[in-house]
Design a protein around this ligand. Sequence first.
Ligand code: SAM
Length: 216
Amino acid sequence: MLEDTYKHQGMRRKLIQKLRDKGIQNERVLSAMAKIPRHVFFDNAFLEHAYQDKAFPIGHGQTISQPYTVAFQSELLEVKPGDKILEIGTGSGYQACVLCELGAKLYTIEYQKPLYERTKVFLPQMGYKPFFFCGDGSKGISAHAPYDKIIVTAGAPSVPTALLEQLNIGGYLIIPVGDNQTQQMLRLTKDTDRKIVKEVFSNFSFVPLKGEQGWQ
Ligand code: SAM
């Protein structure tokens, strides 16, 4: 199942070129994504979709994010080896693999138990070993805070205050915020006097962030 053929490597190279053409410049992000087999997240019947730049259903009404979205959020995070990162929305685990490949010490939380169960077994088989949690990530994971960076991979109605509280000084929170159709990608930085600096990027369309500080 984890076999990576020349055919897949070729398709992955083309996908990476597409990401460059769309404006992704961070070479570490591009090499991480060039290394990770995306087809292993797909059933055999859908393999031809694996290296297209689009989101795809992974069951339970959820999706594996579009490669461009993964690259965009990873680029905004500016991951340094050893960064302690919290990911909200483990889903398939593909974004988690990218963050581990970039050298993050990763904590990842998923709301839906079947996805959590599947991913916490599957990722270690691929050689990636983040810390897995199941629960409402809109509240963060206070027991392990603070984090250098936090990434939310589901669309939120507003910025959860818990996530800002759990961010280290100088840390980033990357989060799509908007309505249930379109969200603006935000990067919030906690500066040295704990003030939050907001940067706004382009629009995306995510599945909803559920939970206490998400969509009820
Ligand atoms: N990072 C994922 C990937 O690479 O496949 C993308 C996953 S999908 C776009 C968003 C995920 O967020 C879904 O699996 C969904 O169940 C999860 N989610 C939604 N609300 C959540 C919450 N409050 N806490 C944790 N996970 C949540």
